[in-house]
Write a protein that binds this ligand. Sequence first.
Ligand code: ADP
Length: 496
Amino acid sequence: MNMEREEAFRRARAWIAQAGDHHIDGKRVAGSGPRIAVVNPATGEQIGSVAGGGAAEVDAAVNAARDCFRSAAWRDMLPATREALLLRLADLVELHAAELAAIETLDNGVPYPMALAMAGKGGPSAIRYNAGWARRLGGEEAAPSVPGRWHAYTVNQPLGVAGLIVPWNAPLAIACNKVSAALAAGCTAVLKPAELAPMTCVRLVELVHEAGFPAGAINLVNGTGPQAGAALAAHRGVDKISFTGSTVTGQGIMRQAADRVTRISLELGGKSPVVVFDDADLARAVPGVGMGIFANSGQVCAAGSRLFLHDAIYDEFLERLAGFAGSLKIGPGEQDGTMIGPLISAAQQAKVADFVAGAEAEGARVVFRSEVPDGPGYFSPLTILDQVHPDMRAVREEIFGPVLCVMRFGAGESLAELIERANDTDYGLSAYGWTSSLERAQVMARDLGAGSVKINGSGMEFALPFGGFGQSGLGRENARMGVLAFTETKAVMIGY
Ligand code: ADP
């Protein structure tokens, strides 16, 4: 380990040991509930704790956000000032990237280089992207057809107080995105981190204050989903819930939101198809498909988890994919050279193992299963299954682990039939195609049923909206839409 990295982990450990309170109205609040242990999933050791917030802390945080939202200082703040504050926040995230990355690695297990890419590049880039929208959210002028002389136009006004509920799989990236979109739109917010990996959210909120945002603009309440999360989703003072997490929890939030018609954005699960044709550039497709399912140990909502592989390249591709998977070093994210870290928890580890055992019992073949390090960490083998049926649980349900289900196509099957198989899912978050045929690329882009279709690549682009069809969610994040999701559109007509 180099010195800089060692120093980042030393600072991260020291910071985690004393952090974990709520942040309400610009102040640290310890709260009254029992604290929740924060565990390093690579070792199973407790490294810190967070406050266990509930209704009382959520109420205080929402009130602080509302007071800030109503204050003249916030109302009158120029969009250019909000932009400048967000740009300063992005600089601070970049400046503290090594420490933030080490915190993320210790807290959720992600390998340090990936965490560093997120903290040093992805996070700041998302914040800067959203910052630019602060000054560009103007509405449009209409040409009314009703008689009279009118000035008719729309304005996009901030919704008010946003509740931002973040999951544990990529907390810093998701929090950077939600926090900056809400602030760019002119909302204030209460952030609820996931109890399994809360620490980078807490550090981010410290940086929000350091950047110069007023007290109450961003508040943070730690705690479990059923306590802090549910209290936030139910609070009368919350105008919008932006949630990323599992479909089941999202469904509950949607039901709760119905009472007051609270605005919601839901980024939920996925079971994304990947189609590889025999004309694909295999040198790119093999690592692309491999990282598409194994990166972050498969704990990615947009993971490509159902692979449709053309008959003519079936054996060769699987052999190369297994070779690629075998080259990915699994271990603690802190260790040099680690490409794949542990899963988030023992429960997640058991759940993933259960999916694989179930598929095997139903006749699936294990094409590849990697070795995992011994020890107390929640490691899970990278697993490639074939001879699976479309109705198996492992093929239908989101596993959220490093498990790829492979199906064969070709031999007399039309593109339309193949796309129908790829679309045979309750989800619709992402879809991936690998081909050098323009025709196939265009047809896949048109017909695959997903919020994002990527041909010959994987990964995310902030300038494009991200969200799901079907049970993958509601609404979009990123792009202009993602910021507008924190606004209400008002139509104005002035007669003269
Ligand atoms: P997972 O099941 O993968 O842990 P969840 O969807 O439960 O994912 O968690 C995502 C986020 O939602 C976390 O911050 C969690 O605390 C929160 N959460 C869980 N249950 C609820 C709930 N009933 N209401 C609001 N938020 C919740």
